[in-house]
Ligand binder design. Structure first.
Ligand SMILES: NC(=O)c1ccc[n+]([C@@H]2O[C@H](COP(=O)([O-])OP(=O)(O)OC[C@H]3O[C@@H](n4cnc5c(N)ncnc54)[C@H](OP(=O)(O)O)[C@@H]3O)[C@@H](O)[C@H]2O)c1
Length: 295
């Protein structure tokens, strides 16, 4: 029986991976209460005990702003732990699937970023995620790293759910309109991961780094406006109308961690590798809202 060892099972993505990976084998889904991945010996022991055919790591230190004052913790979870997972995967001949972020880039490129583009993280979180990518590559295990952006889904905390909550509470909102990217659902990420892992087990995909996000692009303001518009059409009782969401520049909404202005990722490599079409970001936003709003 194929065992797939999943870390971060209670996160946005981990939750969906539990569903999407189930047809590939027996999924051993671990959350922080099972194993703290910041403890290398406990992490190694868990992997050795499971003897998995694949390790899928959806666990991460994702509090981007908090990380600015908590660099050691972010580094341990986002860089050291993936390196340990990769060493154990190498020793056991297992695949390692891991996730990274658009925040490894500085956002100054005009077009979408390719896997070969120079990284230059602006934040502690971005640096720690980049170091995780490098640690995995250095360990020499068979691996797939998916860099994604602006993750949302019905399970866990995210921008979509925050906007929906604020739209119920407020009549007016200001949202930045000078940063662009592709909102990507945890469902899409999990489903493509399952396709990729099936291909990996059948040696039909090259290991390495892949960009993976929904098609299309928007600003945070465009995203918020779409969420409120669709939520209203689905019958949600909201105080906020889409036209009362005011566009503002980043400077008017300062945060501890700088973010890239351009978060667009070129996903041609994964589309070609798996012969897949990636749906427009609006498609999964509508689905998530329907799940959240309709009884
Ligand atoms: N969210 C985004 O917008 C975004 C964008 C680009 C890339 N990504 C990447 O996508 C992946 C999945 O992100 P996500 O949005 O699903 O994150 P998430 O919802 O924050 O889930 C992360 C999970 O990791 C767990 N975790 C953190 N530290 C741990 C530790 N020391 N030991 C064990 N578990 C630990 C968390 O548990 P607790 O709840 O107990 O802390 C949480 O369940 C990550 O690699 C992230 O960097 C996310």
């Amino acid at each position: 029986m194929t065992t797939i060892l999943l870390f971060g099972a209670d996160g946005q993505l981990g939750w969906e991976l539990q569903r999407a990976l189930a047809p590939l084998g027996s999924v051993q889904a671990l959350s922080r209460s099972d194993v703290d991945i910041a403890e290398p010996e406990a992490l190694r022991a868990a992997i050795r005990a499971a003897m998995p055919r694949a390790i899928v790591n959806a666990a991460a230190y994702t509090a981007v702003d908090k990380a600015e004052a908590d660099a050691a913790a972010a580094q341990t979870v986002n860089a050291l732990a993936p390196g340990v997972m990769a060493e154990e995967a190498k020793a056991q001949g297992a695949w390692l699937v891991h996730y990274s972020t658009d925040y490894v880039f500085d956002g100054t490129k005009l077009g979408p970023y390719a896997e070969t583009d120079q990284t230059r993280p602006l934040s502690v979180y971005g640096r720690s995620k980049r170091e995780g990518e490098l640690a995995i590559a250095a360990a020499g295990a068979s691996h797939l790293i998916f860099r994604t952006s602006w993750v949302f889904g019905p399970h866990g905390g995210n921008f979509l759910k925050t906007i929906l909550r604020l739209a119920r509470e407020r009549e007016e909102l200001a949202v930045i309109d000078d940063k662009i990217g592709a909102p990507t659902s945890s469902e899409l990420l999990a489903d493509v991961t399952a396709h990729a892992l099936a291909a990996a087990f059948g040696t039909r995909i090259d290991g390495g780094l892949y960009h993976l996000c929904a098609a299309g692009e928007t600003s945070w303001h465009g995203y918020a406006s779409f969420v409120v518009d669709v939520a209203r059409k689905l019958g949600a009782e909201l105080k906020l109308a889409p036209e009362r969401i005011n566009p503002i520049p980043t400077e008017q909404y300062p945060l501890p961690a700088p973010r890239p202005r351009n978060s667009r990722l070129d996903c041609g490599r994964i589309r070609r590798a798996l012969d897949l079409d990636l749906p427009d970001w609006r498609w999964h936003v509508r689905r998530s809202l329907a799940e959240l709003i309709r009884p």
